[in-house]
Design a protein around this ligand. Structure first.
Ligand SMILES: [Zn+2]
Length: 104
């Protein structure tokens, strides 16, 4: 059994990790990282996912994501703007005038 240390106490003592005995949001009961509050198991999951993304490079990932989703997104927004002309036009006009006034 690990010794329970509150996060602020760990921070005060300069410890890199702490343990509260409470489960994280995903239900892991393990040590946590002092700087980020992350539990070690969640951190590992995140790191693995990150490695998968970065293995193919993040930019490449988002470029393909954009290429795949841009047409659908464009169609969706065009459709939304067509359905809500009063909202988008009036709001944009209002914001434009407000910002213009604020600048000068
Ligand atoms: Zn966790």
């Amino acid at each position: 059994m690990m010794e329970k240390v509150a996060r602020y106490e760990a921070h005060r003592l300069g410890l890199l990790r702490y343990y509260t005995g409470k489960p994280c949001i995903r239900g892991h009961i393990c040590e946590r990282i002092t700087s980020t509050y992350a539990c070690l198991k969640c951190h590992k999951i995140w790191q693995r996912r990150r490695r998968v993304i970065e293995g193919s490079s993040v930019r490449k990932y988002y470029r393909t994501y954009y290429a795949k989703n841009a047409p659908a997104k464009r169609t969706y927004h065009r459709e939304w703007n067509r359905k809500n002309p009063h909202v988008s036009r009036a709001r944009n006009r209002r914001l434009y005038l407000k910002n213009k006034k604020a600048k000068s």
